[in-house]
Design a protein around this ligand. Structure first.
Ligand SMILES: [Zn+2]
Length: 136
């Protein structure tokens, strides 16, 4: 039996999981106060505006924290893998959780510059992150 491990698409999360089709990562942004909001919410908590729309970010950020996982979370997953909190450059505290790819787990460091790259699986484009310079 194949277990579907892909994220469910909802009106709030669809842009985040599918914007990679265009090669850009969409994050929700409040049009009233210009604040970026992630995970996606239909309302901006600081200013209570409902005028929240997905907007592309640069896709660049830095590793804030990470774990090296030696055991697969799902059957067939390649290990070890790095799961990290990435702060996007657009806003302090704008954090995305994802895997770090494109380098060995030992090369990942706190503060390391990373950029998004997408893994297309069925109807989603998973936003993964790789070292910014590409040759760590
Ligand atoms: Zn707002």
């Amino acid at each position: 039996m194949t277990v579907n491990r892909l994220p469910a698409l909802t009106p709030e999360t669809r842009a985040f999981w599918t914007s990679g089709e265009r090669g850009a990562l969409d994050i929700c942004r409040c049009k009233q106060c210009a604040r970026w909001i992630h995970p996606p919410q239909p309302i901006c908590a600081p200013c209570l505006s409902f005028d929240v729309q997905p907007q592309p970010v640069s896709g660049r950020g830095r590793v804030m924290s990470f774990t090296i996982n030696e055991q697969a979370w799902v059957p067939g997953q390649q290990v070890p893998f790095v799961f990290a909190v990435i702060e996007l450059e657009e806003q302090v505290g704008l954090w995305v959780m994802s895997r770090i790819v494109g380098c060995s787990p030992e090369q990942v460091e706190i503060g390391m510059p990373v950029r998004v790259r997408f893994e297309h699986v069925e109807d989603v484009w998973l936003p993964l992150f790789e070292p910014e310079c590409g040759n760590v």
